[in-house]
Design a protein around this ligand. Structure first.
Ligand SMILES: Nc1nc2c(c(=O)[nH]1)N[C@H]1C(S)=C(S)[C@@H](COP(=O)(O)OP(=O)(O)OC[C@H]3O[C@@H](n4cnc5c(N)ncnc54)[C@H](O)[C@@H]3O)O[C@H]1N2
Ligand code: MOO
Length: 448
């Protein structure tokens, strides 16, 4: 028991003997954890603002429906470089009375036997009802500079090679919907209609904090024995920034309840989503759960998930100084925090960013090799080969999958979803492994 007058070391030792020897937190199944995240996400509704289209970057999310303010094309235009004609004139001679180029429309009206030279995108002059491409004509007469008479080789049909008014987009039709992620095409489309301002969602902010007495800044030239460089923070910041969220560096906090409480409170002033790594397992310095629940009075939504990696992953929700927050206390192992960030943090941030799809894309792949199953459902990192395997891409594990091995994340394109080792559905035998060639679901986490 801790008594007055104890040294710091004595106090720490007494904390060790008092620690629980079993986790008080049930390891909930993955689908339950994901449901909890989806429920929580709804508390972090996206916020919008008006934004100039000229400054839009890919990845921004639209917060309003955009309707076409005009027809495209606004008037009938030519699909080909050639001649605007009257179809009923058929094949044969035509007098060339002028030209209508893109940007230089003609104000002449065609009469039978006449044609007007047009370029692709040029306005179809009055009286014309077809375009004949230049390849289907012959020049019969010119004055050295201008074409005067041509011959149409094939009889044209009405509407041939004419883009009718509104045939691409009708005035008032829906161009882009709420939740649409801006890419190059969407930015181009807004500009095609001269739309100058749109309502977009604000990027959600996420604060990233590393915890652990053993951590030193990555730039430190000397790393004392027993210490390691903090890699989780930069890794998670880069992950969230790469997903278009605003990620804020909250530094490193020592494994001390007061320090952790302080660091998380400070973080809550900058972002309503806080991500920590480390200190959630069974060690005597693993204080995160206690800090979240007992010192910050947050409600722990779950304190363990039956998954690998990421077993002690913890999520807490509540208010700190009247600000609603969610804290994702991820396990310290670099692979565990990365996998949990993809599976739990990103979906909540995606919701808060206004995106219509919360979860990453799932694909079906073929296992390249035999994979031993673990007692927990596992999310294995894998590379994808689109060429091999015929109908489905082939997934090869990124080497040893231990949760400390950061190398297993390098170039990872998918997380293979492996069931836990156990009885197959008809109960006939225990499934111990995935066979080479077996088809699996996989979550896309990198460019394919
Ligand atoms: N008795 C038990 N021990 C452990 C259990 C358990 O159920 N019972 N769970 C294991 C699992 S699973 C995981 S995952 C880890 C997670 O532990 P913590 O979240 O408490 O993380 P730490 O102990 O603080 O760190 C674990 C590991 O990761 C390194 N680390 C931590 N932070 C960083 C960082 N910012 N950058 C790079 N590396 C970091 C740390 O040095 C440790 O090596 O617990 C198992 N133990
Ligand atoms: O399940 Mo822990 O997350 O890596 O080893």
């Amino acid at each position: 028991m801790a008594v007055e007058g104890q040294t710091k070391e004595q106090k720490e030792r007494s904390a060790v003997v008092k620690r629980a020897r079993q986790s008080q937190w049930p390891a909930i199944p993955m689908d339950e954890a994901l449901k909890a995240i989806e429920t929580l996400a709804r508390k972090f509704q996206p916020e919008s603002k008006c934004f100039p289209v000229a400054a839009l970057q890919p990845g921004r999310v639209l917060a309003e429906q955009i309707f076409a303010p005009e027809d495209v094309p606004r008037t009938r235009t030519s699909i080909k470089d050639g001649y605007a004609v009257i179809a009923s004139d058929g094949a044969g001679k035509r007098e060339v009375i002028g030209f209508s180029t893109a940007g230089g429309p003609s104000n002449q009206t065609l009469k039978p036997g006449q044609c007007i030279r047009v370029s692709t995108g040029g306005v179809i002059p009055a009286g014309a009802d077809a375009v004949v491409q230049v390849e289907d004509t012959e020049l019969l007469k010119d004055d050295g500079e201008n074409e005067l008479v041509i011959k149409i080789l094939k009889a044209p049909s009405v509407s041939q090679d004419i883009r009718e008014k509104g045939s691409d987009v009708k005035l008032g039709s829906l161009l882009l919907d709420v939740g649409c992620e801006m890419g190059s095409a969407e930015i181009g489309l807004l500009n095609a209609f001269g739309i100058q301002h749109v309502e977009i969602y604000r990027k959600p902010r996420v604060c990233v904090l590393s915890t652990g007495n053993e951590l030193v800044e990555p730039y430190m030239p000397q790393v004392p024995l027993g210490h390691i460089r903090d890699s989780n923070r930069s890794q998670l910041l880069a992950l969230f920034r790469g997903q278009n969220f605003k990620a804020i560096d909250a530094g490193i906090a020592l494994d001390k309840v007061e320090t952790l409480e302080y660091a998380i409170s400070v973080a809550s002033q900058f972002a309503s989503v806080i991500v920590t790594s480390g200190g959630v397992s069974m060690g005597e310095k693993d204080h995160l759960k206690e800090v979240l629940q007992d010192r910050l009075n947050l409600k722990i939504q779950f304190g363990r998930v039956w998954m690998k990696p990421g077993l002690p992953c913890t999520v807490a929700h509540g208010s700190i100084a009247d600000r609603e927050v969610v804290v994702f206390a991820l396990p310290g192992n670099p692979v565990s925090s990365w996998v949990c960030a993809h599976l739990f943090v990103s979906p909540l941030l995606r919701f808060s960013a206004g995106l219509s799809r919360l979860h990453a894309t799932k694909i079906r792949v073929k296992a390249a090799e035999e994979i031993k199953l673990s007692p927990r459902p596992e999310y294995c990192r894998a590379w994808i080969d689109m060429e091999k395997g015929g109908d489905l891409p082939v997934a090869t594990l990124t080497g040893n999958q231990i949760s400390s091995r950061l190398m297993s994340l390098v170039g990872a394109q998918v997380l293979l979803i492996l069931p836990q080792k156990g009885q197959i559905s008809d109960g006939s035998k225990i499934k111990e492994k995935i066979e080479a060639g077996e088809i699996l679901d996989a979550i896309v986490v990198g460019p394919i």
